[in-house]
Design a protein around this ligand. Structure first.
Ligand code: MTE
Ligand code: MOS
Length: 785
């Protein structure tokens, strides 16, 4: 293998004895401009540079959950002064098809509308006010159709079909068949069976969806827009416009939050702005109002999960039997992938010899389901972890002790029979965090305290979760980046990964380059989120650093190999004995023997050593058999444990989360400060999901609380004390510097740990989210007070 082979580069830096930049204190390079309010987001480009010259785009939404479109009357809207276009499906030059997993979704409604909020037309005018006015004058003849809102009803009906051509409201099915479930249950000493319900969640990013499209006279379009995968946004836009992808350029500036929502809606936002710009020849700007954002864009899945599990006298799980139903809403979008992930994680991070899991993604006439931090996993881990507590209770075991008997270890087989040959630190994480949080003692103390029957009750609960990183099974996944060293020694990196607050391109990418080339971070610039860079894949599935960073590591590693050989010649030292650090390349055991980085670069240019490199890496994957749901599910799993402490007011039903102890087994921690931020943010977003946030639908499936007055998200007052995370660095052999992924992790076990803590506090069985005061009072109605 050559020294520049990606495998040898990844192996070489996986377990270095010490790092100078990786894993150290590091200030992300976008910190200052963001703190000072200078950083530019999509709308800033519009306001600063294009205002007065661009058309405003306003969307016309369907008021019906299900209706046939009989006619479109645009004249009145077009007659409003300043209106330049009213765009409907009839005007789309390319293909009106934007379905992600299944070809079931138009960009602009055609033939039918399938939920209240579906976009029917775009109105473009010289001012926002005119666009809004005209949007109310677009007349659509609708023939209302019968509709279904409840997924169970939708599954059983064939007379009302959201998509006739599908022949059923079941959009997609998944399954796992492992071992012999009947035998497993016959060997069980205790069996627990429950039905769990979880609800939608809105991403509530501060920045709503936005895109600014600028056409040129050659028929090309450039779009600055809020999306999580510039190349996907480009490809979808090109398809809608009927153009080759190379004629569409997408640049993603800083995002005011994505959380998965802009992975789904971003490309559609970009395509809408591009469509208007392409048709009118004018720059076009779209920004969703908060109401539009909440009504239009996909939500976290709402679920019904039926879960039966059994364990034997030794405290080992013997079988699980699970049915997962996702309320997919009007379009499949990513539902097949979300459901797939939920299904393949349905055991939790435990060994289960016998399993049957069935998943159903069901169409209804509501806003559709989409990506949201955790991607189908928080809801199913909630069910898993309630079951684990209930089984432990029946066996008379401590919840942590019971989990440790079943936890995945190196060499374990997962639910899908994938052998975990390395990178499994979850057991250690669980042991450590239980010790640090004082688990056993608190569990006993609070049980005693609650016996006093006072108004306030205390509880402590644990949630353990696993999360397959990157994309699933055989779905191709790769990393790609370009690194080039400029003549003055500064370095430019090109990647498709975006910056949405999480900081991958502005911290870990910079650290990797700085580490490998010994260049100070201020001399490294990362050009991110652009189709001018190679396609790095999406910034989702917590893959930004662990997978996105591989390309950066490989490219920088290649340049380092070349420069090490050159420096070796210059200094008369073995290339492998050189250290790259602080703008110098020196002999490890004789730092006085060195060449300055800038001189080395000059020498390379003089000698014809190429100083730019591509880092491409195609992730090796195994086989998966869909007929039984067995085989290689994910390249590796990230793990997390959280212990949450709560206080419940039995009079008002209010739950307060007091303290949270996280422990991560997510491979190498490249930027501890960033990771702490990610953990804290995800904990708070998880608390919102678990306790407060709730979309309210009326009898037509219309969202009643599409605003931040009535859609309640946590404020700083609800933020608990979040302890510094414990890190078990169970490195992943193909991850960038051994990293797996952190971004989504801390949200995943939060519902479980809070539900377990509330159940502990009240001695009740929490089976539903959100745990609102009303629900708590319903549960405690049976308590004697
Ligand atoms: N953090 C912030 N501040 N803003 C975001 O939009 N998205 C989350 C997470 N953390 C998000 C965030 C989601 S859903 C994902 S998948 C990861 O970041 C993706 O980023 P990473 O893999 O680069 O960490
Ligand atoms: Mo995150 S939901 O995978 O964008």
């Amino acid at each position: 293998m050559s020294l520049e082979d990606p495998y040898s580069i990844l192996e070489k830096y996986l377990s270095a004895e010490s790092y100078f930049v990786v894993g150290r204190e590091f200030t992300r390079v976008d910190a200052l401009e963001k703190a000072l309010g200078r950083a530019l987001f999509t709308e800033d480009y519009f306001v600063k540079y294009v205002y007065g010259n661009a058309l405003f785009v306003k969307q016309v939404l369907s008021p019906h959950p299900h209706a046939r479109i009989k006619g479109l009357h645009l004249k009145e809207a077009l007659d409003v002064s300043g209106v330049r276009a009213v765009v409907t499906h009839r005007d789309i030059p390319g293909v009106n098809q934007v379905g992600y997993a299944l070809p079931d979704q138009p960009l602009l409604a055609e033939g039918k509308v399938r939920y209240v909020g579906e976009v029917v037309a775009l109105v473009a005018a010289e001012s926002w006010e005119r666009a809004v006015e005209a949007s109310q004058l677009v007349r659509v003849d609708y023939e209302p159709l019968p509709y279904v809102l409840d997924p169970l009803e939708a599954m059983s009906r064939s007379d009302v079909l959201v998509h006739e051509e599908a022949g059923s409201n079941i959009a997609f099915r998944t399954k796992v068949r492992k071992g012999d479930v009947e035998r497993g249950f016959s060997e069980a000493e205790v069996v627990v069976e429950n039905e769990y319900r979880t609800h939608h969640q809105d991403h509530a990013y501060l920045e709503t969806e936005a895109a600014l499209a600028i056409p040129d006279s050659e028929g090309r379009v450039t779009i600055i827009g809020a999306a999580q995968h510039p190349h996907l946004a480009r490809d979808i836009t090109a398809r809608v416009l009927g153009l080759p992808a190379s004629r569409v350029k997408v640049v993603v500036p800083y995002l005011g939050g994505g959380f998965g929502g802009k992975d789904d809606e971003g490309p559609l936002t970009v395509a809408k702005a591009a469509l208007v710009a392409y048709l009118t020849g004018r720059p076009a700007f779209i920004v969703y109002s908060r109401e539009e954002s909440i009504k239009v864009h996909p939500k976290r899945e709402a679920t019904i999960i039926r879960y039966k599990s059994g364990a034997n006298r030794e405290g080992k799980l013997t079988a699980i039997d699970v049915t997962i139903i996702h309320d997919t809403g009007a379009y499949a979008n990513r539902a097949p992938f979300i459901l797939w992930r939920a299904t393949m994680h349905a055991s939790g991070p435990y060994e289960v010899p016998n399993a049957r899991v069935d998943g159903y993604a069901v169409y209804t006439n509501k806003v559709y389901q989409g990506s949201f931090r955790g991607f189908g996993n928080p809801s199913v881990q909630f069910a898993v972890e309630r079951q684990m507590d209930l089984l432990a209770e029946k066996l008379g075991l401590d919840p942590v002790e019971f989990r440790l008997k079943n936890i995945l270890r190196p060499g374990s087989r997962t639910l899908t029979n994938q052998v975990l040959d390395h990178s499994v630190g979850v057991g250690e994480a669980l042991e450590k965090v239980s010790a640090k949080s004082g688990w056993s003692q608190k569990r006993r103390e609070y049980s005693e305290y609650n016996k006093k029957d006072g108004r306030w009750r205390r509880g402590i609960g644990v949630g353990v979760a696993w999360h397959g990183i990157s994309t699933s099974r055989g779905v191709p996944d790769w990393s790609n980046a370009v690194v080039k060293v400029e003549k003055d020694g500064s370095v430019t990196v090109y990647t498709g990964i975006v910056e949405m607050g999480q900081g991958s391109p502005t911290s870990s990418h910079v650290q990797i380059v700085s580490e490998l080339l010994g260049v100070p971070p201020e001399n490294v610039r990362v050009v991110f989120g652009t189709t001018e860079a190679p396609d790095t894949g999406a910034t989702h599935a917590s893959r930004g650093t662990g997978i996105g960073g591989i390309g950066v590591e490989v490219a920088a590693g290649r340049i380092r190999e070349r420069l090490a050989r050159l420096a070796g010649d210059v200094l008369g030292v073995e290339p492998d004995k050189l250290v790259f650090r602080d703008g110098r390349v020196y002999q490890r055991d004789n730092p006085e023997r060195y060449v300055r980085w800038v001189d080395l670069v000059r020498e390379a240019y003089a000698k014809g050593v190429e100083l730019s490199a591509t880092g491409y890496f195609f992730l090796p994957k195994g086989k998966f058999d869909d007929t039984v749901g067995q085989g290689f599910a994910y390249p590796a799993f990230s793990y997390i444990v959280v212990v949450s402490e709560v206080e419940v007011d039995t009079e008002t039903g209010v739950v307060r989360v007091l303290r949270v102890w996280p422990a991560l087994a997510s491979g190498r921690i490249i930027s501890p400060v960033q990771v702490e931020g990610q953990v804290e943010g995800a904990v708070v977003q998880g608390i919102g999901y678990t306790l407060y946030e709730q979309l309210v639908f009326d009898e037509k499936g219309s969202i009643l609380n599409a605003d931040f007055t009535d859609y309640v998200i946590p404020t700083v007052m609800e933020v608990p004390e979040v302890e510094k995370p414990i890190y078990v660095e169970d490195v992943y052999k193909y991850g960038a510097m051994g990293a797996k992924g952190v971004g989504e992790m801390a949200l995943i076990p939060i519902p479980a740990s809070i539900a377990n803590a509330v159940s502990h506090a009240l001695g009740v069985n929490v089976t539903r989210l959100p745990i609102t005061p009303e629900y708590v009072l319903e549960l405690t109605g049976s308590l004697k007070r």
